[in-house]
Design a protein around this ligand. Structure first.
Ligand SMILES: Cc1cc2nc3c(=O)[nH]c(=O)nc-3n(C[C@H](O)[C@H](O)[C@H](O)COP(=O)(O)O)c2cc1C
Ligand code: SF4
Length: 805
């Protein structure tokens, strides 16, 4: 064949070969591609699981003067000599449930006198039912209560419950004045179970009757105040009435309010609500347990406890001030011009402004007593000589001090002589279903399960935005009597539970949340002061973890030695209040002369420890102090420490004289839009540097935005900033193995090992961050509608921040 013929025939030949062999050829190619992809995927998977902890080349030198003084112990040893004698450490930590104190004088005045040695409690179970459901629940409840009374034998002072159908009683016998026993020794406690119907039924009669009785000028407005207490439980149907706004359990809620007024605030336990097609049994069970506790309290002669007396205000509304429970507690709204108040006004979201300030000259810290030995014992350098001073150690906040008085007045409970606990406004808000703090949006912490505490009320900075009024101890060394960690743990948990219990009569508190709140799940170690100043902080953190309480610890970047030897916490924060030395001096007003070196050392330590725990930068923006032209400086710091997260928050105005003297006014409080713009610029700057940060989430209500490392905290391309707390404890307890490797061996866990759910849609950037399941509450004449009418706000998110309470 000629060469030309050959080439002419070639395409035909090739075509023939292709037709004959195409199927095996295609199959082999597909198999090859599949094998190649599998190998690639496997190597990635291995890379994810068996990550070696990147070790930093740079060694962080801890200067001798940064070490806690007089360290004389070997690593791991605990000191005993400086512990206060008053409390012996117990071997097994336990959660302590609060004990109620005797009723206050005000309560004694309104409560019917119950002599627990002679009187009896008669529980009356009232119900109304159209189709039988509530009736069944009512008789079942009466039976269970009766069994409990028989089993628990609560002093034989609780009688067998009686059940009454509201449709068949004379209202006058029970709801105009309480029944009276012949000899007057039987006192009554009402349990009211009701369905809801949005049509005209006999239920409406009952409601009208309550209302009329209250409004009848011939009758005392609180004619049922002779009752020992009452509690209401509602049944509804979430299929037809999914939310309270849409009418879920609407009539039970009404009855609860009217009963509060008629009894003169005798709500003994929060209103319970159950969905008959869902959780009714569980909710009722929870509510019953709470009611039983209330009955026991009364039987023991303690009345309704030390809580607020209830909700009997003639005008009960969403504006009812919670603060009656424990002093004023309202956070000034950012950007809303406010009249300067007296010294009582302060920053409420204290955990992020957790510093303390004062002039050294007036504080107990300036006393001449010597520093005590302290158990940060993991340092390699030689400890300095133990002090020979025999001067008695002082208490940081003695009971008789003005500081103690001031803090107590502000709602703090001081534990021992240097620790404090306070129930924050978000905890109260969450108990009432009105939303949690930004830590819920970002990390899944429900505020009613969270305790805010500090083991050290003292600090080494004097930040301009600190709420404290110049009466607190400051100092650069720990020089006080030291309470043991067990005592602090027992004290703060007991005080927290006590404070939660004070909320039980507050209108709107949800029974199921109240019950859940009696088991602390999280601790924000950040209230005020500097938690890592406390010499036994590691032991305290371990106690919390052993009780499956997660820990978020905020420190002020002034104690590198303590930071380095801190045990891993669930999330470790460093406050970054400025981007350069001069600005930091101006805003934090640190006591340490080498504050900048300490600060930088802390950043380097954070960088080193970023594969052991979740690390966070907390930026608090103060206009005129640390915002303008500082984006690049902050980006430098992020680049240096590579935290997992950067939380940026606008400062809240504390209006104290101290803040005033530091030149801080409302003009220094940034608008949310300004904070958001700052975050956009910071994200852009980090992006320009090739750093993988992105804006993950926001909580406009508290003027807070979250940036996160997109390479570490995303799953399937979506932000996953929440935490799997159970997994964290499993890792801590060694139930599951972590994936932090060194030298081919597992040496612990990594933050990636306990990443939780994806960040919910509503919390993502530009979605506002308010959980749609919670109820938004607006002050009268405020809210989007009112604002629109007034033509005030330009931006929907600004409005939310400006007027929401
Ligand atoms: C006509 C009608 C109206 C209702 N309206 C409401 C309502 O407004 N809110 C609610 O939560 N449930 C509502 N429900 C659900 C009932 O409250 C629920 O089914 C309840 O269990 C009935 O209790 P009972 O069997 O004791 O009457 C309604 C049910 C019906 C039939
Ligand atoms: S973290 Fe806890 S203590 Fe802090 S604001 Fe939120 S709920 Fe309150």
């Amino acid at each position: 064949m000629a060469a030309g013929d050959f080439f002419e025939q070639l395409p035909a030949e090739l075509l023939l070969i292709w037709h004959t062999l195409r199927i095996p050829l295609l199959l082999s190619a597909a198999a090859l591609i599949a094998v190649a992809r599998y190998v690639r995927h496997r190597s990635t998977a291995i890379k994810i699981v068996k990550i070696e902890s990147p070790t930093e080349e740079k060694k962080i030198e801890l200067r001798p003067e940064w070490l806690p003084e007089n360290t004389t112990l070997l690593p791991g040893q605990q000191i005993a000599t400086s512990l206060s004698k008053s409390s012996k450490p117990k071997k097994v930590p336990k959660i302590v449930r609060g004990q109620k104190k005797s009723p206050t004088r005000a309560q004694q005045k309104t409560a019917p006198v119950f002599n627990h040695t002679t009187d009896k409690i008669q529980p009356l179970v009232f119900f109304q039912s159209l189709s039988g459901t509530t009736e069944r629940y009512a008789s079942q409840l009466a039976k269970t209560l009766n069994d409990w009374i028989a089993d628990a034998k609560p002093g034989a002072s609780i009688l067998e419950p009686q059940v009454h159908d509201i449709s068949y009683i004379e209202y006058d016998d029970y709801f105009v004045s309480p029944p009276k026993s012949e000899d007057g020794t039987i006192k009554y406690f009402y349990l009211i179970l009701l369905p809801s119907y949005n049509i005209d039924t006999v239920l409406q009669n009952f409601l009208d009757n309550l209302q009329e009785t209250h409004n009848d000028f011939r009758i005392d407005t609180a004619p049922l105040s002779g009752l020992l207490g009452y509690s209401v439980f509602g049944f509804g149907d979430k299929e037809g009435w999914p939310t309270e706004e849409e009418g879920f359990c609407s009539q039970a809620r009404e009855v609860d309010k009217w009963m509060a007024r008629l009894t003169g605030r005798k709500r003994a336990y929060p209103l319970g609500m159950g969905d008959v097609k869902g959780d009714a049994d569980a909710r009722l069970e929870e509510w019953r347990t709470g009611v039983q506790e209330a009955l026991l309290e009364i039987a023991a002669g303690r009345g309704l406890g030390e809580g607020v007396p209830g909700s009997g205000d003639a005008v009960e509304s969403d504006e009812e001030d919670l603060d009656s429970a424990e002093g004023s507690d309202v956070e000034p709204v950012p950007n809303k011009p406010q009249k300067p108040k007296k010294n009582t006004q302060r920053v409420d979201d204290l955990e992020d402004l957790g510093r303390m300030m004062n002039s050294t000259s007036t504080s107990p810290a300036s006393s001449t007593s010597s520093p005590i030995p302290i158990d940060f014992t993991t340092y390699t350098s030689t400890p300095s000589k133990p002090t020979t001073s025999t001067l008695p150690l002082k208490e940081m906040v003695p009971t008789s001090s003005p500081t103690h008085k001031a803090l107590t007045k502000q709602g703090y409970t001081i534990i021992g002589s240097h620790s404090g606990v306070k129930i924050c406004r978000w905890t109260k808000s969450a108990l009432r279903g009105r939303g949690s703090c930004y830590k819920y949006s970002f990390y899944g912490i429900q505020s009613h399960l969270c305790m805010e505490a500090t083991p050290s009320l003292s600090c080494s900075n004097k930040c301009v935005f600190c709420w404290r009024h110049g009466t607190n101890p400051v100092g650069t060394t720990w020089r006080w009597v030291t309470d043991p960690p067990e005592m602090i743990f027992d004290g703060i948990t007991a005080a927290h539970y006590r404070k939660i219990k004070t909320m039980k009569g507050v209108p709107g508190v949800r029974a199921e949340r109240f019950a859940e709140a009696m088991r602390i799940r999280h601790c924000a170690l950040s209230l005020v002061g500097e938690p890592i100043f406390y010499p036994h902080i590691n032991a305290l953190i371990n106690l919390m973890h052993s009780q499956r309480i997660s820990t978020f610890l905020v420190c002020n970047a002034q104690h590198p030695a303590q930071l380095q030897s801190l045990v891993p916490v669930t999330q470790l924060y460093v406050s970054i209040d400025a981007s350069d030395k001069e600005s930091l001096r101006k805003i934090d007003r640190p006591l340490h002369r080498d504050f900048w070196d300490r600060f930088i050392a802390c950043l380097d330590i954070l960088r080193q420890r970023r594969f052991e725990q979740r690390t966070v930068f907390r930026l608090t923006l103060v206009k005129g102090f640390n915002m303008a032209d500082e984006v690049r400086g902050y980006a430098d710091l992020v680049q240096r420490a590579l935290p997992g997260f950067v939380e940026v928050k606008g400062v809240t105005f504390c209006g104290t004289s101290t803040a005033g003297s530091a030149g801080l006014t409302m003009a220094n409080v940034p608008f949310y839009e300004e904070v958001a713009e700052f975050v956009r610029q910071l994200a852009a700057e980090l992006g320009r540097r090739g750093l993988p940060y992105g804006i993950a989430a926001e909580h406009a209500h508290s003027c807070c935005v979250l940036l996160a490392d997109g390479e570490r905290f995303k799953r399937n391309g979506r932000w996953a900033t929440r935490i799997d707390y159970e997994r964290f404890f499993d890792l801590y307890e060694g139930k599951v193995q972590g994936s932090r490797m060194q030298g081919g061996k597992v040496v612990g866990w990594r933050p990636e090992d306990y990443i939780g759910d994806e960040t919910p849609e509503w919390a993502l950037w530009e979605n506002g961050g308010f959980d749609p399941r919670d109820v938004r509450v607006w002050r009268k004449g405020k809210g989007p509608k009112a604002v629109k009418e007034q033509g005030e706000a330009e931006n929907e998110r600004d409005k939310a921040v400006a007027v929401e309470i």
